[in-house]
Design a protein around this ligand. Structure first.
Ligand SMILES: NC(=O)c1ccc[n+]([C@@H]2O[C@H](COP(=O)([O-])OP(=O)(O)OC[C@H]3O[C@@H](n4cnc5c(N)ncnc54)[C@H](OP(=O)(O)O)[C@@H]3O)[C@@H](O)[C@H]2O)c1
Length: 290
């Protein structure tokens, strides 16, 4: 390979912990190859204690940008210079563009969620919905639901109730939405509440590789026929949570489409190029099922 290839190639990073389960390096490197873009996408395992230094290092090394994943999406906001509308309202960033040392933060998960849930709009609109989890991606889920699907109520269930309370107050203040109802993970009336929801979203990391035998809720009775059940976890593609939903006749939606859609938007922000969505999705399916 020509030396000029290396000297003219941009680097994009991914920071998170854990990081090995991520398909993003595969997705972006395939997209770069398909579009003839001189870009290499590399994962960096970064512990919470090193987050600030890692961001400083990215700027110092002149990377073109980076993705942010579990568990840094909220904390990283403190180190970003300017936020997009979505990143500002959610208080959560998954994509950063480095413009000559000035870091611009975006939340492209919102785009991925819109694209994934839009086919079910008539089922979801105006109804009660349930969100499990109150981390970085739950913020994007709640924001999108309020903005695009106008639910009558959002039941928010999280292991640490205090974080759910923080999100309830956050969206009351930022979006004037007063319909978030917090429920405990082990509450006895949970089954009837979940049965009434037109949509259940798992935005916790429970069930993610290598703990694929876990599920945030363990009884199939929480699901009912025709209900839409969306799991953001994409590795494994069919989580235990989705398997239980399917066994009750619910409509399972895995995290792969969201993953590719959010990647498409991020790729465009870094390169200004169109992302070859169908080709990348096909390659990813082959990669994950082999
Ligand atoms: N498909 C996609 O494109 C896409 C995009 C974004 C994220 N994701 C996936 O979504 C998941 C969450 O990501 P995130 O960025 O929101 O992570 P995060 O900010 O670290 O939040 C993790 C959430 O999971 C909960 N949790 C973790 N371990 C738990 C356990 N053992 N029992 C009960 N609850 C537990 C946490 O509860 P506490 O508040 O109590 O700690 C928190 O609500 C990850 O698997 C990520 O890969 C997928």
């Amino acid at each position: 390979m020509q030396n000029s290839f290396y000297s003219n190639t941009e680097i994009i990073g991914l920071i998170g912990y854990p990081i090995k389960q991520s398909f993003s390096p595969f997705i972006h490197n395939v997209a770069a190859e398909l579009t003839g873009t001189r870009l290499i996408y590399l994962p960096f395992e970064v512990h919470s204690t090193n987050l600030k230094n890692a961001v400083k290092g990215i700027v110092a090394l002149g990377l073109k940008g980076f993705n942010v994943t579990v568990p840094h999406k909220v904390k990283v906001v403190d180190f970003i210079n300017q936020l997009s509308e979505e990143a500002s309202v959610t208080g959560s960033v998954n994509t950063v563009v480095n413009e000559m040392g000035k870091l611009i933060g975006y939340n492209t998960d919102v785009h991925g969620i819109v694209e994934t849930l839009s086919p079910f709009k008539s089922k979801i609109n105006g109804n009660e919905v349930c969100v499990l989890g109150a981390g970085g991606s739950a913020r994007a889920v709640i924001y999108t639901l309020i903005r695009n699907f106008k639910p009558s109520k959002i039941f928010l269930i999280n292991r640490t109730e205090q974080y759910a309370e923080t999100l309830k107050q956050h969206f009351k203040s930022k979006m004037k939405f007063d319909g978030i109802v917090i429920k405990e993970l082990m509450q006895p009336d949970l089954i009837s509440i979940l049965n009434n929801c037109s949509l259940i979203v798992n935005s916790t990391s429970v069930g993610m590789y290598p703990a694929q035998d876990d599920s945030i809720l363990n009884t199939p009775d929480i699901f009912v026929k025709d209900q839409v059940v969306f799991d953001l976890v994409y590795n494994p593609v069919k989580t235990k949570f989705l398997q239980m939903a399917e066994s009750k006749g619910a409509v399972p939606v895995n995290g792969l489409n969201m993953l590719v859609q959010q990647a498409a938007k991020s790729f465009n922000l870094w390169t200004g190029k169109e992302f070859p969505l169908e080709k990348v999705y096909k390659s990813l399916l082959l990669y994950v099922t082999k």
